[in-house]
Every structure is written in C-alpha cells, then in structure tokens.
Design a protein around this ligand. Structure first.
Ligand code: AP5
Ligand code: MG
Ligand code: ZN
Length: 217
C-alpha cells in the first residue's frame, strides 16, 4: 500500500495514520514530524525549518523534497508507506511523481480528508501530542486516560509550538492557496478519494478502510 494522506491542518491526518500503521504495518512518513524532530535535535535543517514553521509558512520545496526522497529510499519503505503532509505544493507533487517513477511504485490511493475550518481551529487549539511517539490526543475529543500522559507509550504530552491561533489561521490560508489545488491534480489521475473528516475518528477510519479496499482491487 502506498497511501497519500491529504487535508488541512487538524483534519486528522496524524490520527488516521496511527490506525493505518497499526493495521497495515507500514511506516508513516510525516514531513511535519520529521521537521519537528530536526528542530529538537538542533540541526541546521531544524533551524531552517523552525523559521518557517513558527510563521505557519511552508519550508522551501528544495529542502522538503530532499528529505522525502532520502526517506523513501530506506529499507522499511519497500513494503509500503503512508505519506502524511507531503506533497503540499505542485512542485512537491511533480517531484513525488519522479521519485515514484524511479522506484517503480504506483500510488494505491490519495485520501483527502475534508473538514470544516471552524472545527479545525478548535481541534488544533486542544491538541496534545506525545513527545515520545508523536500520537495526537485532544483535551476534549480524545482525552488521554491519565492527564498529560500518552496512552500508547507513557510519554509526556505537550502542545505544539505552531498550535496557536495566529499561526493556525496562516496555516489554513497556506493550505487553501498552495495545497488544495493538488486535489484537482490527483483527481485527474483517478486515485483521489474524498473522506468526510467531520465524523467520529472511528467512522473516518472505517471510510478510509473502505476507500483503500476499493482502490486496491
Ligand atoms: P504538519 O505537522 O504536517 O501540520 P499540519 O498539516 O498543519 O497538520 P496537523 O499535524 O496540524 O494536523 P493533522 O491533520 O495531522 O491532525 P491530527 O490528526 O493531529 O506541518 C507542520 C509544519 O511543518 C507546516 O506548517 C510547515 O511549516 C512544515 N511542513 C510540513 N510538511 C511540509 C511540506 N510538505 N512542505 C513544506 N512545509 C512542510 O488531529 C488534530 C486534533 O484533532 C487532534 O487533537 C486530534 O485528537 C483531533 N481529531 C482528529 N480527528 C478528529 C475527529 N474525527 N473528531 C474530533 N477530533 C479529532
Ligand atoms: Mg499531523
Ligand atoms: Zn506516546
């Protein structure tokens, strides 16, 4: 399975990827998570990425395409993957086509999670993320069993630096301008499946499972 998870900030890409990893045993490749790991380690990549992420802007294509290309060439990607948050621009989509061509891979499905923007601000505002495994929780919609502790691994939960009101508005605007146009691009390839993200996490997942079953026939 080679899956693209698309959708605006807070749509539930990370939440659904967690379930896909569990059921399909394939890795999640999330550019946002990769950048956050680089910021934490204080590398040059992290310093550069942070300056964009703090503003809610996109990290330049050249940087982003480079790290994805490197990651997709690793051994654990041979059996499949879930790309979360990449591509986000037409240049990234074109680069991905070239990478897939070189690797001899055909996308199984492009899952586009659609969600109402007012709800997204609320989701992002209440999100808590595990420092250790990256799992997403929510103060109201998915509260952890123990306050500020991850149900999966016992890691500490924190609020992402870019999860503040000003940055969220900017991230939503960037999505509309740069990423939404990719829907047409993938619709034309016949691989696009739209999923209603304004349902319970479980219902969204069962819709994704149904779409993947259809797409892999
Ligand atoms: P990234 O980390 O990808 O952030 P994003 O796209 O803004 O998406 P999020 O991670 O915020 O949302 P999500 O869809 O994963 O939602 P989640 O499942 O957590 O990118 C961050 C930054 O990195 C970018 O701004 C950019 O600077 C840079 N970057 C990354 N990729 C890049 C690229 N390709 N090119 C250039 N720059 C790049 O859910 C959100 C919350 O809602 C959670 O609390 C969750 O519990 C809750 N929730 C989920 N589903 C439901 C539901 N059905 N009902 C109720 N609550 C729900
Ligand atoms: Mg995410
Ligand atoms: Zn965890």
């Amino acid at each position: 399975m080679y899956i693209l998870l698309m959708g605006p900030p807070g749509a539930g890409k990370g939440t659904q990827a967690e379930k896909l990893i569990r059921d399909y045993g394939i890795p999640q490749i999330a550019t946002g998570d990769m950048f956050r790991a680089a910021v934490k380690s204080g590398t040059a990549l992290g310093k550069e990425a942070k300056s964009y992420m703090d503003k809610g802007a996109l990290v330049p294509d050249s940087v982003t395409i480079g790290i994805v290309k490197e990651r997709l060439a690793q051994d654990d990607c041979k059996k499949g993957w879930i790309l979360d948050g990449f591509p986000r621009t037409t240049a990234q989509a074109a680069a991905l086509d070239t990478i897939l061509h070189e690797l001899g891979i055909r996308l199984t499905a492009v899952i586009g999670i659609k969600a109402d923007s007012k709800g997204l601000v609320k989701r992002i505002g209440g999100r808590l993320v595990c420092k250790k495994c990256g799992a997403s929780f929510h103060k109201e919609f998915r509260p952890p069993k123990k306050e500020n502790v991850c149900d999966n691994c016992g890691g500490k939960l924190y609020q992402r630096a870019d999860d503040n009101e000003a940055t969220v508005e900017q991230r939503l605007a960037v999505y509309e301008k740069s990423t939404r146009p990719l829907i047409d691009y993938y619709e034309a390839s016949g691989r696009f499946c739209e999923i209603d993200g304004d349902q319970s996490m479980e219902k969204v997942y069962s819709d994704i499972r149904d779409a993947l079953k259809k797409a892999s026939k």
